[in-house]
Design a binder for this molecule. Structure first.
Ligand SMILES: Cc1cc2nc3c(=O)[nH]c(=O)nc-3n(C[C@H](O)[C@H](O)[C@H](O)COP(=O)(O)O)c2cc1C
Length: 200
């Protein structure tokens, strides 16, 4: 279903409903947005998995290795961009958000406990993401790859686990349609979303 996109007031809650739904729906294209960060000289983008969306708190979150480039960039510049696109519905959201890195705190621990063991393994590499290695898989010790691996064996990975929590301050909406594209921008102003229609 595409957005009716006629009521500016109702769009932000419809957008958040969509994002919240995507977190638990593996087939939903909004579950794998692009996250953009910057080191102030250049931008860097990558696909991530949406792990949390909460319209009431204006929050989006994903996980990362704390040693990854995106985390270094967020420590330099906390403003990140999220790009969501659903090709079937022809809807794009471009979202700007202040983003905090949570590591070794209550938020990180809560998400770590909920992450399946197979996912926790990803944070057990003995070198930072992007380091060069001889062969694929070299950075994770063979015993951690066993299907019988335990939570205790994977616990050292917790140190490298980060939850990137964004608080959204702007949402730009674009609905492509044969009868005319529709674009709008919403800025968070004190306690509500203030929207404007834009020329597409
Ligand atoms: C479908 C898909 C989902 C991904 N999800 C994540 C994720 O949730 N977190 C993450 O750090 N990397 C994820 N990645 C890998 C990133 O795209 C990227 O390669 C990695 O995070 C390193 O990026 P960086 O060096 O810019 O930090 C995903 C890649 C794909 C293709």
């Amino acid at each position: 279903m595409s957005f009716a996109a006629t009521d500016l007031e109702e769009l932000p809650s419809a957008i958040w409903r969509d994002l919240e739904r995507a977190v638990t729906d593996e087939a939903n294209p909004f579950r794998t947005p692009v996250l953009g960060t910057t080191n102030l000289f250049e931008c860097s983008m990558r696909v991530v998995t949406l792990r949390h969306a909460d319209g009431a708190k204006r929050e989006l979150a994903c996980y990362s290795d704390a040693r990854a480039q995106k985390v270094h960039q967020l420590k330099l510049c906390e403003q990140a961009h999220w790009l969501f696109y659903d090709p079937a519905r022809r809807v794009q959201f471009r979202i700007s958000a202040h983003t905090m890195v949570h590591q070794n705190d209550a938020i990180a621990r809560d998400h770590w406990q909920r992450a399946p063991l197979a996912h926790r393994r990803n944070y057990c590499a003995n070198q930072p993401p992007g380091s060069d290695i001889h062969a694929p898989g070299d950075a994770i010790s063979p015993e951690l790859k066993s299907p019988k691996v335990t939570a205790k064996q994977l616990e050292p990975g917790y140190e490298n686990f980060a939850v990137l929590v964004s608080t959204v301050d702007q949402i730009e909406f674009l609905q492509l349609a044969d009868e005319g594209n529709v674009r709008a921008v919403f800025n968070w102003t004190v306690a509500k979303w203030s929207g404007l229609w834009l020329v597409p």
